[in-house]
Design a protein around this ligand. Structure first.
Ligand SMILES: NC(=O)c1ccc[n+]([C@@H]2O[C@H](COP(=O)([O-])OP(=O)(O)OC[C@H]3O[C@@H](n4cnc5c(N)ncnc54)[C@H](OP(=O)(O)O)[C@@H]3O)[C@@H](O)[C@H]2O)c1
Length: 260
């Protein structure tokens, strides 16, 4: 018996990092998981890992920056499992459509590139909105949980991260708006703001070593958390019984680096 038994969960960006960790812990808690991410080979690998453990998952390769693919992802989920109970809008693109990057490269605000602004927004705030719109008809009937992803970089305004900061704060605004509009349907909508060791973190650190090392030094708990070990239980709690009375909030999974 798992705490998500029978639930249907979509996790975007589940090919690596926090999304992959979330897909795996949800499946172990009994959810039927849709692994939705950009690179088909990564999607298949995660599906194989979950099914090898004896749990249920299907893969739907999805570029979250394309509205039709987001709606198709939800349609495929409903076709396979009948509904959707949990949506984790975790994916976030960096760089541009032509030149996607693994993380941000520090750029002064005055030099912000239009193509990067557009792509960061399309794969961030727009993708989050499209995902929420696509699941709404299903969650309106049975209630549901939506978990979106923001960043301390947006909240604190880390220098050099203009596009990323702006889209991540737009996601928090979308979260609060949906939480207020959809509470009457039993849909809770929250944002997670992580500091967890992933490829994106490592790539960001490679381009901002002193700054990022400095952030780690400000963590009172003294270590950078692991996506599955430290992020997983929190993601499960938000999606399970007990999380239903919490909505519109931002949760910080950051070793105490930022406190509110
Ligand atoms: N790690 C942290 O400490 C941290 C801090 C603040 C915020 N966040 C946020 O947390 C979320 C997860 O971050 P992470 O560190 O786990 O990232 P990650 O390790 O870079 O993994 C990102 C995943 O998203 C997928 N992805 C990227 N662009 C996509 C697109 N256009 N369509 C579909 N999938 C796409 C990638 O797919 P591929 O396999 O194809 O590359 C990959 O599987 C993001 O929203 C990020 O902004 C993370």
């Amino acid at each position: 018996m798992g705490v998500l038994d029978g639930k249907v969960a979509i996790v975007t960006g589940a090919g690596r990092g926090i999304g992959k960790a979330t897909a795996k812990v949800y499946a172990r808690e009994g959810a039927k998981v849709v692994v939705a991410s950009r690179t088909p080979a990564n999607v298949q690998k995660v599906v194989d890992e979950i099914t090898a453990e004896g749990f249920i998952a299907i893969g739907v390769p999805t570029d979250v920056g394309k509205k039709d693919e987001m709606f198709n992802m939800v349609a495929k989920t409903v076709e396979a499992f009948g509904t959707v109970d949990i949506l984790v809008n975790n994916a976030q693109g960096f760089g541009t459509e032509e030149n996607p990057r693994a993380s941000t490269i520090p750029t002064p605000l005055e030099d912000t590139d239009d193509a990067e602004w557009d792509y960061t927004f399309r794969t961030g705030a727009s993708a989050t909105l499209w995902g929420m719109q696509a699941v709404f008809p299903h969650m309106k009937v049975n209630g549901g949980r939506i978990i979106n992803f923001s960043s301390g970089s947006g909240i604190e305004g880390f220098p050099g991260n203009t596009c990323y900061n702006a889209t991540k704060e737009a996601i928090r605004a979308l979260t609060r708006t949906a939480a207020r509009e959809w509470g009457k349907y039993g849909i809770s909508v929250n944002t997670v703001n992580p500091s967890l060791k992933t490829d994106a973190w490592d790539n960001w650190m490679a381009n901002n070593t002193d700054f990022v090392e400095g952030l780690k030094d400000k963590m009172p708990l003294g270590f950078l958390g692991d996506a599955e070990e430290h992020g997983g239980p929190w993601m499960v709690w938000l999606a399970s019984k007990g999380g239903e009375y919490v909505t519109g909030m931002t949760f910080f999974l950051n070793g105490g680096r930022y406190m509110n």
